[in-house]
Design a protein around this ligand. Structure first.
Ligand SMILES: [Fe+2]
Length: 198
């Protein structure tokens, strides 16, 4: 079970609305490398993970990603709160506005709604952990791209925090792969599944 703490992992306090920026940042809410997919990927992969410490790692990082999802939701909300009709007509934001007004909806910046097809749960130790390392790198690149599009220090400060966490997660999954390999047959260079590959 989860217990809810009514505060963000890192504070989000944006003074100036900017719907154009929100239309890009929403991708880390419901895009292919966003926080919703990250949390569901790890919190789903953990069931088939045979090693207790790695199951714990997936639970730990998956839960933190839920906290990041909440932060991205807060950023999008604060960037679009109380906007004028003139702001709603900004070309980049108008397509989102017509479908969702200023509600926070899990979609990619390109307009494609969140899909479970953007994440994987293979039920194989090496396949899943390798997927997780790639996912963290893709999330980091998305944050890099957002930083290139963003000038507001209230936003970049939070995005930099989230980017840093992706780097830490990548490192932790790297350690997890090393640990998993130590536990598996070291002579099995392909790291095939010991359950089926006798
Ligand atoms: Fe992450």
């Amino acid at each position: 079970m989860f217990s809810y703490e009514k505060k963000l992992q890192y504070p989000v306090k944006i003074k100036t609305p900017n719907p154009k920026l929100a239309s890009f940042i929403i991708s880390q809410y419901g895009g292919p490398d966003g926080e919703l997919g990250a949390s569901l990927r790890y919190l789903s992969q953990r069931y088939a993970m045979p090693y207790a410490e790695l199951k714990g790692l997936l639970t730990d990082i998956g839960t933190e990603e839920l906290g990041h999802l909440e932060m991205i939701g807060a950023i999008v909300h604060q960037l679009t709160r109380n906007i004028s009709d003139t702001d709603a007509r900004i070309a980049e934001f108008a397509p989102y506005f017509v479908d969702h007004t200023t509600g926070v909806y899990p979609t990619a910046a390109s307009g494609f709604p969140w899909s479970a097809a953007s994440m994987a749960v293979k039920g194989d130790v090496i396949a899943d952990l390798t997927e997780d390392m790639a996912a963290e790198q893709k999330a980091r690149v998305t944050y890099d791209n957002i930083l290139r599009l963003c000038d507001d220090p209230d936003v970049t400060d939070v995005i930099r925090f989230l980017r840093e966490r992706e780097v830490v997660h990548f490192q932790r999954f790297g350690e997890a792969v090393r640990l998993a390999k130590e536990k598996m047959d070291q002579k099995n260079i392909y790291f095939t599944n010991p359950v089926t590959d006798k």
